[in-house]
Design a protein around this ligand. Sequence first.
Ligand SMILES: Nc1ncnc2c1ncn2[C@@H]1O[C@H](COP(=O)(O)OP(=O)(O)OP(=O)(O)O)[C@@H](O)[C@H]1O
Ligand SMILES: [Mg+2]
Length: 304
Amino acid sequence: MTGPLFQAHHLSRGFRLPGGRRLMAVDDVSFRLHQGETLALVGESGSGKTTLGRMVVGLTAPQSGSLTFAGSAIRAPRREVQMVFQDSAAALNPRHSIGESVMVPLVWALGLRRPAAEAQARALLDRVGLAADHFFARLPHELSGGQRQRVGIARALAPNPSVLVADEPVSALDVSVRAQILLLFRELRDERGLAALFITHDLGVVRSVAQRVLVLYRGQVVEQGPVAAVMDRPRHPYSQALRAATPVPNPDRQRPPVPRPPDLGDLPGCAFRARCPGAHAACAVPPTLRAVGGDHDVACHLAA
Ligand SMILES: Nc1ncnc2c1ncn2[C@@H]1O[C@H](COP(=O)(O)OP(=O)(O)OP(=O)(O)O)[C@@H](O)[C@H]1O
Ligand SMILES: [Mg+2]
């Protein structure tokens, strides 16, 4: 197949807030994933990353828009599209041994009988760095955060997917453990030729995992393009602010956090207008995503 393996076309999803207001958590988002490619999805808390990820794997129904896998439209959850969840502890049944948790998708999605499922679950645990002889019968609470995240990865890989959504898989982990899990993620992606949507609010990890980046602000794509272009020369003022807020190794040079957005009911036009240092009259009209060269798109009236 020469085209993209997976495509999201104009996905939108709103939620009704207490008081009747409606929040567009994801607003007209499109992207493509080629086999073996990782797209990093970045944006601050509440920007719609998890909602988009859940729509990709079929756990949240889009309000509008569609998904294509290998050229065909898909609606319901698919074996080929799996997710590593943001909260690895909550995603595991506390009463199931981790071996049992990894066996469940092998039995249900692949239809394996228990002896074959157990053998495969053991092989998967070994592969993610959890010696099966030691870990198979353990309960989730006996594991560290990094070990639980390894279980989450094994479980997502069990149905042998070709597309993986990884929702902040390292955010809750210590720096040293984080590096190990990122390495495992890259190895597994390369071994299996997985296409991946890697969700993170930490720009620091983007370069080490992804080829392309999509920046979300309040559910909208404000910028997308190759990692080098977006990270080295972000064009959108929000991407620039995100990059400026990325922690640097030397704590003396620690950068300020991106200021929190004001409440949602605000100015018409560009969603970033109220926070934008360069906002001017033209920003009363919502900008559309436009190409700026090199497969790089920006939604900003100011971006050159
Ligand atoms: N089931 C729901 N009902 C109502 N509002 C929701 C629901 N799920 C998400 N939201 C709202 O949609 C917005 C986007 O949430 P989402 O969890 O997708 O953001 P996120 O980018 O993953 O944030 P974080 O970085 O904190 O994980 C938020 O304002 C959130 O409160
Ligand atoms: Mg989230």
